[in-house]
Write a protein that binds this ligand. Structure first.
Ligand SMILES: *Cc1c(COP(=O)(O)O)cnc(C)c1O
Length: 471
């Protein structure tokens, strides 16, 4: 099943092959407009130089996140119309539960309003004050939820995950030697569960190899620790396994997925990613005792177990979207868009995390703005500059998102993510983004730093305010 490629020569960047042609056509459009330079400057000031405070109408191409920003299919929209909004026992829940069970094999499925709600439930039950939770790399909300219960998040990614120039294909892998040492060492009793995030969002959307997952599962079994997966981008991860891991090329995404899930005790998922919906998530587990405790918490925090904080029609859209996300032509186009944007930027010499991952291009801030010191918040300065240049909205994934507020621990990676929403933008939007980034790259020496003038204690990247440094 090969995707159709454009036969039209790409004139403006002859060295870059076009991405696969969209395996869909557009039925509904949403107008976007490019604000003037003056309007962008005004918007930045009002927003306190934090693009989370911009109105979406002030943005031209919005690459802030791929979370909940997917375009739903006609079938998903049709699914909303067969919503059965019964408080209990809705048929949409039945369809949702059947689908998640069929795809994952996990017997107990609890819907939640989004990924962090699933994390709240899972860590609320499994992690306790003083515990240590290992993960390849914690994403922002995962980290915050581990901290919220008084436990310590510990990142155990392989060393190459921290090297933007290393081109290993599975940089999301767990350092199994370190995991083994942790679980055989004096702190082993403090580890309530092991988590692996597919793909590694914090480290560039890098995939985890099936061989690595098998080894992690073996170590967890040996030490009797439950293994939970963050599967919000599992289909993208399975696509990398299919196309990049020896012996996997003939297998379907669902087969690979099923082998991955069979290794684990359960999972959390933000369906806002590979569920192709705007809202939703779930927790899944094989443990019936845990499932009933989770159910009690679910009723307290989210809602009755057959809706879990969602409209029942949303569960229908998730059930349909989860299947659509396993279509190989869709995934080839999706990952192809990311690779295309990376190739355009690479042709200009723009430094980024290589190889490009599954859901976005991550610019390497240290090599982009080497003249700015960490105190000048170069990642945020780059995000601001991309907006200033072309109303492109990106996000800092580095010290502001991950440094602890005391400033003692600096994030080992300083990246700016250009996340590509699913089925939303076309090749020409990506060309526009590449040209915007390339113009900032050409005048990078002129980019000045920022001071953080307001910083909340937790998840501060969402609401902090900044001011330009003068001089
Ligand atoms: C998005 C995300 C979450 C949290 O999901 P939300 O639906 O945004 O609450 C958790 N883990 C990872 C890796 C994510 O990318």
């Amino acid at each position: 099943m090969r995707a159709i490629r454009s036969a039209v020569p790409v004139d403006r960047a002859p060295r870059v092959a076009a991405p696969p042609v969209e395996p869909y056509r557009i039925k509904v459009v949403e107008a976007i407009t490019l604000p003037s330079a003056e309007e962008r400057e005004h918007a930045l000031r009002r927003a306190g130089f934090n693009v989370f405070n911009l109105l979406s109408e002030e943005v031209f191409v919005d690459l802030l996140t791929d979370s909940g920003t997917s375009a739903m299919s006609d079938r998903q929209w049709a699914g909303l119309m067969v919503g059965d909004e019964s408080y209990a026992g809705s048929r949409n829940f039945v369809h949702f539960e059947e689908t998640v069970r069929e795809l994952t094999g996990f017997p107990h499925i609890l819907p939640a309003h989004q990924g962090r709600a699933a994390e709240h439930l899972l860590f609320g039950q499994l992690a306790h004050p003083g515990d240590i939770v290992p993960n390849n790399m914690h994403f922002d909300t995962t980290r915050a939820h581990v901290l919220h219960v008084g436990a310590r998040p510990l990142d155990l990614a392989v060393p190459e995950a921290y090297d933007c120039e290393d081109r290993s294909p599975f940089k999301g892998n767990v350092d199994t030697r370190k995991l083994s040492a942790l679980l055989s060492g004096p702190l082993a009793a403090k580890v309530p569960l092991v988590v692996v995030t597919l793909t590694n969002n914090t480290g560039g959307g890098q995939p985890v190899a099936l061989a690595n997952l098998k080894e992690v599962a073996r170590i967890c079994r040996e030490h009797r620790k439950p293994l939970y997966l963050d599967i919000c981008r599992w289909a993208e991860n399975a696509y990398f396994i299919r196309t990049g891991e020896p012996g996997q090329g003939a297998r379907s995404i669902r087969e690979i997925g099923r082998e991955i899930f069979d290794l684990a005790d359960g999972a959390v998922m933000s369906a806002k990613k590979d569920g192709l919906v705007n809202m939703g998530g779930f927790v899944a587990t094989r443990d019936p005792g845990l499932a009933s405790r989770l159910k009690e918490d679910l009723i307290l925090f989210e809602g009755f177990p057959t809706y879990g904080g969602l409209a029942r029609r949303d569960l229908e859209a998730i059930a349909i979207g989860l299947r659509e996300a396993t279509d190989e032509r869709y995934l080839e186009h999706r990952v192809g868009q990311v690779r295309f944007l990376a190739a355009l930027l690479d042709a200009h010499g723009v430094p980024m995390m290589q190889p490009p991952g599954g859901h976005g291009v991550y610019l390497d801030v240290g090599r982009f703005l080497p003249h700015l010191s960490p105190e000048q918040h170069p990642g945020q300065a780059l995000v601001v500059e991309l907006y200033r240049e072309g109303a492109v909205r990106a996000v800092e994934i580095g010290s502001i998102m991950f440094e602890d507020p005391s400033g003692k621990e600096r994030s080992p990676l300083d990246l700016v993510r250009l996340a590509i929403p699913r089925r939303v933008y076309t090749e020409s939007h990506l060309r526009y983004v590449a040209e915007t980034v390339a113009r900032v790259w050409a005048r990078r020496d002129s980019v000045r730093g920022l001071a953080m003038v307001e910083a909340p204690e937790r998840l501060r990247h969402f609401t902090a305010r900044f001011a330009p440094l003068v001089g």
